[in-house]
Every structure is written in C-alpha cells, then in structure tokens.
Design a protein around this ligand. Structure first.
Ligand code: MN
Length: 259
C-alpha cells in the first residue's frame, strides 16, 4: 500500500507524528509536510518561487519524511508527482491541531490537502481533533488507521474525500461514529482592534466559537456530542438544486444587455 501523509501544522506537528506511527505498518508510507505551520492557508499553491523538499531527520519519524517550504496542497503535488511517481493508494492529511467543521473546511490547509488529492483522483482523508487541547492524538491516529483500511476495502465514489473530526477522548471512550453533513459554525468577536506601540490601529482575526445551534446530523453537533464525525465532501460546489429555478435568468440578462 502506497500512502502519502501530510498536514498543515508542519512537519513537527504531534498529530502528524502520531498518524505516521499508526499508518507505518500499511507499507510504503511517506510524509511530505510544510516546514512550519500553514494553518488556515486553504487550498493555496505556490507558483512564483522555487519549492524545496528536504529530507527530515527528526527521530520521531520511523517513515521517510520530507519538509517543504510549500503549502499543504503543494505537499500533495510533490508527494504524488515526485516521490510516488503518480502511484498512490491513499492520502491522509492531519491530524490537525483543532477542529475543521462547517465552513472551516474552506479555510483549512488540512482539508485542502485532501481536496488536492481528490482533484488528482486519489482517495483521501482529512483528520482533525475536535478540541484544541489535543490530548488524544493516539486515539485519533488509531481510529484513522481503522478507517483507512475500511475505506480501501469499501470503494467510495471518485472525487470524494472524508473529513473526519475526532472528539478529544481515548478511542475506548467513543460511543458513536456518525456520518454527517457540514454544519454552520458561528464565531463572535472575530476582528479584534488593537493599538500598536506607535499609536496606530491594527487588527487581529481571532473569533470565539459558538456552535450550539446546530442540528443532529451535522459535523458541529456531532463533535459537541463527543461523537466521531465523518463528512463525505466533494469538490463540486455548484448549487445544483437552484440551477433549474433560475433557468430564465440567462435570457432575462441577455435582454437587459440589448436594452
Ligand atoms: Mn492546522
């Protein structure tokens, strides 16, 4: 089995180290990860500067690991085209230091790495801890290994990735694994205004989370209920249900152009 691991917290991330240990027995497992934290970098790729990929000699890794100055999505490209020469069975991204729920998936470097794999056509999993305390990376890593085996045996649709959020509990304390849809996450006090030492204003984006209005069946609610949440995601963001309702917009707009 040929498996590429990556993350957005960087090559020293405890979650990635725990993941590499749990996935190592699967066979040819290699890590390509950013050399520093690139959290919330989204799906960015690097087009205007050289990318490096250096062997990482940290003793925490028993598998081959490379650090790159690129993003999580770059890491997937480097791993796929350069290291594995276009032959990978699975990409796993994580384990992220904190949740990736609801709209967070659009900001997340962790999820974007899995999306990049999905675009290439490789099955992929993004895994995040449901809490920022992150005391149970080992449990999350153990569960991810179980899920990876299960996923490889049960074919999933092409261009579908699994976004996993794992409550911060030991694996034997988990009562439910729920297949979910994306919820909606609220943050309050998102933009903090402060004053720098020279008296000028500056801003710091750092909201406080408020999730509790979500229904059962959403990823946000599932994590609040201490369940493992698995959300299948696809890259097609088209609002398919709405397209038919707006079928006359094209002609109406064209008429307006002629007026
Ligand atoms: Mn992160």
């Amino acid at each position: 089995m040929r498996i590429l691991l990556t993350n957005d917290d960087g090559i020293f991330g405890q979650g990635l180290i725990a993941l590499a240990e749990a996935i190592a027995p699967f066979g040819d497992v290699q890590v390509v990860a950013p050399e520093r934290s690139r959290s919330a970098i989204g799906h960015a790729i690097t087009l205007h500067k050289p990318l490096r990929m250096d062997m990482h000699y940290h003793s925490s890794y028993t598998v081959q690991a490379y650090a790159t100055n690129g993003t999580p999505a770059d890491s997937v490209m480097l791993g796929y085209y350069e290291l594995f020469e276009e032959n990978i069975d699975l990409v796993i991204s994580g384990i992220n230091d904190g949740p990736n729920l609801g709209e967070d998936v659009t900001y997340s470097g962790t999820v974007s790495a899995a999306m990049e794999a999905s675009i290439i056509g490789i099955p992929s999993i993004a895994v995040s801890m449901g809490d920022f305390k992150c005391e149970n990376f080992e449990g999350a890593a153990e569960f991810t290994a179980i899920l990876a085996k299960f996923m490889l045996k049960n074919e999933i649709p092409k261009n579908t990735l699994l976004n996993v959020n794992y409550p911060d509990l030991p694996l034997d304390k988990i009562k439910k694994v729920r297949m979910t849809r994306l919820g909606h996450r609220w943050y309050i006090d998102i933009v903090n205004k402060r004053i720098d030492p020279r008296g000028s204003e500056y801003y710091w984006i750092c909201g406080e989370k408020q999730y509790s209005k979500n229904e059962v069946g959403t990823d946000c609610r599932s994590i609040e209920d201490n369940e493992i949440s698995i959300t299948p995601l696809t890259m097609d963001m088209s609002h398919t249900d709405e397209i038919a309702k707006w079928s006359d917009w094209g002609d109406k707009l064209l008429n307006l152009c002629g007026e």
